[in-house]
Design a protein around this ligand. Structure first.
Ligand SMILES: NC(=O)c1ccc[n+]([C@@H]2O[C@H](COP(=O)([O-])OP(=O)(O)OC[C@H]3O[C@@H](n4cnc5c(N)ncnc54)[C@H](OP(=O)(O)O)[C@@H]3O)[C@@H](O)[C@H]2O)c1
Length: 265
């Protein structure tokens, strides 16, 4: 039997996506990729000025695309996290004209690089709020009101972010990487709990973003040497991992590594 080849679908066209962390780095590249595929996008981050500036940039890049909109919310304060998460979802669904098809979460705040000997049990988990607790509360809010903020379908997806250091640590990072392992375990559990909605994680290697650039050119060069191709990745290359998770209806509970072969270098 020969099955007919079909026209390849553009699964992002006409879809509604919320990118939390969409004002910078990997998240901004995911927004750009979704717009290039004719999707509608809402962005969120803590800084309203950065949101306005990025929206203007996207409008100039994609004049024919549906308008990009945004909502500011600081996701680092656990006291306001529940209400901030709900507000972002309310505003996103209102601006996009219906429940989301995709939630992409790339928000991450600055790491305070303290030594292992300075770990303080009273404050340690504050560092997990933006990268772990907030994604968990997005899943909670989506699950509490099925179909209200996210369409219930196997073509819908949630994609979180971890990082290569949890798979291949370098010296001195042991106490920074727990959240990354935890978010991958969370995604596997949510893939089961939230099915048919798909839940995956992208694990970026060293990607040249505002965050990485802030570490200085020597660090960037050294991260690049830690890959098989001997250079760090671009945000656009990393965005393809998220688009793969969004588009692929048969992918759930997985970790997609976009790291230039760092594990084998
Ligand atoms: N770049 C890499 O090499 C790399 C490698 C592995 C893993 N990762 C992880 O990938 C994620 C994205 O990295 P990136 O390089 O794209 O970082 P980035 O360029 O610094 O972008 C981070 C995003 O998070 C937002 N954000 C920061 N604090 C926030 C808060 N309190 N509430 C809400 N949003 C907040 C930022 O916007 P505002 O400042 O406006 O809030 C920005 O949109 C991070 O979790 C990072 O740890 C990155």
């Amino acid at each position: 039997m020969s099955l007919p080849v079909k026209v390849h679908p553009n699964a992002i066209a006409s879809s509604r996506t919320l990118v939390v962390g969409g004002t910078s780095g990997i998240g901004a590249a995911v927004v750009s990729a979704a717009l290039a595929s004719s999707g509608s996008v809402h962005i969120s981050s803590s800084n309203p000025d950065k949101i306005s500036a990025k929206i203007a940039e996207f409008k100039a890049l994609y004049p024919g695309a549906p308008p990009v909109t945004g909502t500011a919310a600081n996701l680092s304060d656990e006291n306001t996290l529940d209400e901030n998460v709900k507000n972002v979802l309310e505003e996103a669904t209102k601006a996009l004209g219906g429940p989301l098809d995709h939630l992409v979460y790339t928000a991450g705040d600055e790491f305070k690089r303290t030594p292992l000997s300075a770990v303080d049990p009273k404050t340690y988990f504050k560092g997990w709020t933006v990268r772990y607790l907030s994604p968990l509360l997005f899943a909670k809010t989506l699950s509490a009101a099925p179909g209200t903020y996210l369409s219930i379908s196997a073509s819908s997806s949630i994609t979180f972010t971890s990082g290569v250091l949890s798979h291949k640590p370098i010296p001195g990072v042991a106490h920074f990487i727990g959240w990354a392992g935890a978010i991958e375990a969370l995604a596997r559990g949510l893939a089961v709990d939230m099915a048919p909605v798909r839940v995956n994680v992208v694990s970026p290697g060293a990607i040249y973003t505002e965050m990485l650039a802030g570490m200085g050119e020597a660090a960037v060069g050294s991260f690049g040497q830690g890959t098989l191709r001997k250079s760090v990745g671009t945000a656009a290359e990393c965005a393809e991992g998220y688009l793969f998770c969004m588009r692929t209806g048969f992918l759930t509970g997985e970790v997609v590594k976009v790291d230039g072969g760092a594990l084998f270098a």
